[in-house]
Design a protein around this ligand. Structure first.
Ligand SMILES: Nc1ncnc2c1ncn2[C@@H]1O[C@H](COP(=O)(O)OP(=O)(O)OP(=O)(O)O)[C@@H](O)[C@H]1O
Length: 448
C-alpha cells in the first residue's frame, strides 16, 4: 500500500491538494483514501467492528474497555488507519475535527507497549495542558489498571513527577513540549526506550515559535531509537506533501511513512451550519447577546482574539475580559459564563477547564480552546473576532459537532465588519464550505 520513498528523493510540491498531478511521484508518499462520507445512518450491518479491525493486535482488555465506553464501530479514520498503525507503520493522520484520531493513535500505543515491562514506552505530545488532560483521561480509561499513564503538563509538579518516573516509570506519558524537554534534558528518561511517539496537533506545534525548536530536538533525538513508530495527527496539515518530505529527509519518520488523508476535498465536517452577521465593532456585544438569546445553545464557546502587545502596553483590558464582564451582567440564561486564556495562571485555567465538564457552559476563550477540546455538549460556536487564518476557523468550528455518528446540525456564527467580508470569503474558498448571512435587522426584530 505504501511503497518506500527513495532516500534523498524530493517530490515536487503540488499546487493544491485537490488537484494532485498524476505521475509526479506523489503516489508513494500518500495514501489518498476514498471519499466516502460515512455517518451513523450509513453504517451497515456489514461494517467491521473496532474489535475486528484490531483483531489480534490490541490486547483484549483494552478493546473491552473501548466497547464499554461506546467505541464499537470504527470511524472512517480509524477504519483506514488502524491496519497500518497496528502493523507498526509511521503515519500522518489527517482527518476532520472530531473524526476520532485520538482513539486511532491510542489503540496503536496500546498495541505496541509491553504491559509487563517497567519503562516509558509511549509518548503523546500535545500543544496545550488542556488537551493533555483530555488525552490522559481517554488513555487511562482504556488502560484501566493494566498500566500507568502520566500527564506531564505545563504547570504540573515536575519535581514529584521526576521522582515518580525514576522510581516507577509509567508506560505512557502524555506531555506538553516544554515539560517533556525538561525531563529529557535532565535525563529523567531516555527516548530510546520509547516505542511509539505521537505528536498531536502537529501543525500547531510546528507553527508555534515557542515550541517548534524543542519539538525538532525531540524528533531528531527519537530518530536514533532502534524500535520506533512515529505518528502525527491533525485536522489540518498545510503543505502536507512538503511536511511528508521533511519527515523522511530529517529521519523523523521511517521512509515508508503513510499519509492517511480522509475527506481531502471536504476539510470541514458537513453537518456544521455556518452563518455570519455584519455589524460594527460597537454593535458586536449586543449582536452576540441577541444571537445567544435566539439560538439558546446547550453549551457554547465564544472565540475572542488574543490581546495584542500594543493593546497590553496601552493598558487596555483584554477583549476576553470585556466579553465576560458584559455577558455576566447582561446574559439572563442558565449557562455558566467562564473564561479561558493563555495569560491565566495554571490553577485558574484548571478551574475553568474542570468547570466546563458536565454542566451547561458559555466559555469565552482565545484560540487556546480551539485545538483538540472535546466537549460533546457544545452545540454552538461564535467567532466574536474573525480568526486569523482558515485553519484557525476550521479548528474553532470543529469544537462543535463532535459526535462521530450523529447527524445533529451544529451552528458556527461569525461576527464580521463590512471590511472583513473578503477574509471570510477566502476561508470559505479554502475550506470549501458555505456561510450564510444573517441580516442584522432580523436579530433585533427577534429581540423586540
Ligand atoms: N469509534 C468511535 N465510536 C464512537 N465515538 C467515538 C469513536 N471514536 C471517537 N469517538 C468520539 O468522537 C469524539 C471526537 O474524537 P477525537 O477527540 O478523537 O477527535 P479528533 O479527530 O482528535 O478531533 P480534533 O482534530 O478536533 O482534535 C470524542 O468524543 C470521541 O470519544
Amino acid at each position: 500500500m505504501a511503497a518506500a520513498v527513495p532516500s534523498g528523493y524530493a517530490p515536487p510540491l503540488p499546487t493544491t491538494i485537490f488537484n494532485p498531478t498524476p505521475g509526479t511521484g506523489f503516489a508513494p508518499f500518500t495514501l489518498r483514501l476514498r471519499l466516502r462520507p460515512r455517518r451513523a445512518a450509513a453504517v451497515t450491518a456489514a461494517a467491521a467492528t473496532l474489535r475486528e479491525v484490531c483483531a489480534g493486535r490490541v490486547p483484549d482488555h483494552v478493546l473491552q474497555r473501548a466497547e464499554e465506553v461506546g467505541y464499537v464501530v470504527p470511524t472512517e479514520v480509524q477504519e483506514q488507519s488502524l491496519p497500518l498503525l497496528l502493523s507498526g507503520q509511521d503515519c500522518i493522520l489527517h482527518a476532520q475535527t472530531g473524526s476520532g484520531k485520538t482513539l486511532a493513535y491510542l489503540l496503536s500505543v496500546f498495541s505496541a507497549i509491553d504491559f509487563g515491562r517497567s519503562s516509558v514506552q509511549a509518548l503523546v505530545v500535545v500543544p496545550t495542558r488542556e488537551l493533555g488532560i483530555q488525552v490522559t483521561k481517554v488513555a487511562r480509561i482504556l488502560a484501566a489498571k493494566a498500566c500507568t499513564v502520566m500527564a506531564l503538563l505545563d504547570g504540573g509538579m515536575l519535581k514529584r513527577q521526576k521522582s515518580w518516573v525514576k522510581a516507577e516509570p509509567p508506560a505512557i506519558i502524555v506531555a506538553t513540549v516544554p515539560s517533556l524537554c525538561q525531563m529529557v534534558e535532565r535525563r529523567t528518561f531516555n527516548l530510546q526506550s520509547v516505542r511509539v511517539l505521537v505528536i498531536d496537533e502537529v501543525d500547531f506545534i510546528f507553527g508555534s515559535s515557542k515550541q517548534v525548536s524543542s519539538l525538532r530536538k525531540i524528533l531528531t533525538s527519537y530518530s536514533a531509537a532502534s524500535s520506533r513508530q512515529t505518528i502525527f495527527a491533525s485536522a489540518s496539515i498545510p503543505q502536507h506533501n512538503r511536511f511528508l518530505h521533511d519527515c523522511v529527509q530529517h529521519k523523523w519518520t521511517k521512509s515508508d511513512v503513510v499519509h492517511v488523508h480522509v475527506n481531502p476535498v471536504q476539510p470541514m465536517p458537513a453537518h456544521l451550519c455556518h452563518k455570519y452577521v455584519v455589524c460594527t465593532k460597537k454593535e458586536r456585544l449586543h449582536v452576540l447577546l441577541s444571537l445567544l438569546e435566539r439560538d439558546a445553545p446547550k453549551s457554547t464557546i465564544i472565540f475572542v482574539a488574543e490581546q495584542s502587545e500594543r493593546s497590553k502596553k496601552a493598558g487596555n483590558p483584554p477583549s476576553t475580559a470585556v466579553v465576560v464582564e458584559f455577558l455576566k451582567s447582561s446574559y439572563k440564561g442558565s449557562l455558566d459564563v467562564l473564561l479561558l486564556e493563555e495569560d491565566m495562571n495554571f490553577n485558574a485555567r484548571a478551574a475553568s477547564f474542570s468547570e466546563v465538564k458536565g454542566r451547561g457552559f458559555m466559555l469565552v476563550s482565545t484560540d487556546i480552546a480551539s485545538r483538540g477540546f472535546d466537549l460533546s455538549q457544545t452545540s454552538h460556536i461564535y467567532n466574536f473576532d474573525l480568526p486569523r487564518m482558515a485553519t484557525d476557523y476550521l479548528h474553532r468550528a470543529g469544537r462543535t459537532g463532535r459526535e462521530p455518528f450523529s447527524r445533529l446540525e451544529c451552528g458556527v456564527t461569525t461576527l464580521i465588519t463590512e471590511d472583513e467580508h473578503f477574509v471570510l470569503q477566502r476561508f470559505q474558498n479554502e475550506l470549501k464550505f458555505h456561510c450564510e448571512e444573517l441580516p442584522l435587522e432580523s436579530m433585533f426584530t427577534f429581540n423586540s
